[in-house]
Write a protein that binds this ligand. Structure first.
Ligand code: HEB
Ligand code: CA
Length: 346
């Protein structure tokens, strides 16, 4: 639109912002892009920064009076929270992020969500996530047991999300949030195989995750099953039991399938679900919209495709209302998807 918005010049002499409070975020952004995400990559660190937004945010319970949420507790009380089983591996990303918090004028709570939004912007095809500034700071660690595990049942997972905050998450919103697993890998599910991606395109924010989890699983990525791991359909890809079950459960299967080859829906709904996670325990109306500081992601123009040698024949149709979309198969023989790369300098 051509609406005129009055902008303020930032003290850095380079940037302008709609709210002066957002000015300090430009330097934070440039620092993490350079020194955390290897020059704006959708690498392992970017994935971990996104996972951290979820594990800080979701740790709030309506049953327990809605204390916590996106309050930085996972960093402020890292010794307590990164020892929780569900937070396995997050000690590393917390340790990497901490010095950035220390050298900028930003709270741990805001930094975690800001870094996650910037991280996602590095993944081609991603939506530009909104960022609001001004979270409350944790005064105590979150209790254990609030972060879902891959070996939990669908009922356990949906109940946990429904209990997160005064409003909670509807079943479909859980599916929306799981779009995050399109840019994700597991380091600790099978400790012998770190960086095992959840779809064939872990550096691209596409709909392959929703497609590939609906295919008949044929093998483990490694030597055998780990708690929370099931057969995957693609060599080199790991499938979580939780994703497998949500793709098939009657409460969630049609929503799951609806994302296949629908990048517009993927964008719109992930923005909704992630924003809600990023604000858990906080009041959006009293916060400042600094979304303009988040970089604009590269766009992609791809059709969802079955991985080589696979087709509609391997779909385990779960949604009873709508047939699975008819899609092409990628050409060539089946090749193993490589592990996700990390920033060697960190
Ligand atoms: Fe997630 C990863 C689980 C949700 C984001 N996950 C992951 C893993 C697991 C999980 C197990 C692996 C780890 C390791 O490392 O080993 N999730 C899960 C569950 C759930 C989830 C159970 C519920 C259902 N996520 C989620 C959400 C989000 C996420 C919601 C956001 C939003 N994740 C994530 C990411 C990742 C993950 C990003 C990747 C990381 C890396 O790569 O490192
Ligand atoms: Ca992907």
């Amino acid at each position: 639109s051509a609406a005129l918005t009055r902008r303020v010049a930032c003290p850095d002499g380079v940037n302008t912002a709609t709210n002066a409070a957002c000015c300090s975020l430009f330097a934070v952004r440039d620092d993490i892009q350079q020194n955390f995400f290897s020059g704006g990559q959708c690498n392992a660190e970017a994935h971990e920064a996104l996972r951290l937004t979820f594990h800080d945010g979701i740790a709030i319970s309506n049953k327990a009076g809605n204390v916590g949420g996106a309050d930085g507790s996972i960093m402020i009380f890292a010794d307590v929270e990164t020892a929780f089983h569900a937070n396995i591996g997050l000690d590393e990303v917390v340790a990497i992020e901490k010095p950035f918090v220390d050298r900028h004028n930003i709270s741990a709570a805001d930094f975690i969500q800001f870094a996650g939004a910037v991280a996602v912007s590095n993944c081609p095809g991603a939506p530009r996530l909104p960022f609001f500034l001004g979270r409350k700071t944790a005064t105590s660690p979150a209790p254990d047991g609030l972060v879902p595990e891959p070996f939990h049942s669908v009922v356990q997972i949906l109940d946990r999300f429904a209990d997160a905050g005064p409003v909670g998450f509807e079943d479909v919103e859980v599916v929306w949030a799981l779009s995050a697993h399109t840019i994700a890998a597991a380091n600790d599910v099978d400790p012998n195989l770190p960086a095992s991606p959840f779809d064939s395109t872990p550096t691209i924010f596409d709909t392959q995750f929703f497609l590939e989890t609906q295919l008949r699983g044929t093998d483990f990525i490694g030597k055998g099953t780990q708690p929370g791991e099931v057969f995957s359909a693609v060599k080199g890809v790991m499938r979580l039991q939780s994703d497998h079950l949500l793709a098939r459960d009657t409460r969630t299967n049609c929503e799951w399938q609806s994302f296949v080859n629908n990048p517009q829906k993927l964008h719109d709904r992930f923005i909704d679900a992630w924003l809600k996670i990023s604000l858990l325990g906080n009041d959006q109306d009293s916060m400042i919209d600094c979304s303009e500081v988040i970089p604009v992601p590269k766009t992609i123009n791809v059709q969802a495709t079955f991985p080589p040698t696979l087709s509609n024949k391997q779909v385990e149709q779960a949604c009873a209302d709508t047939p699975f979309p008819t899609l092409k198969s990628a050409p060539g023989p089946a090749t193993a998807v490589p592990p996700v790369q990390r920033n060697q300098a960190l």
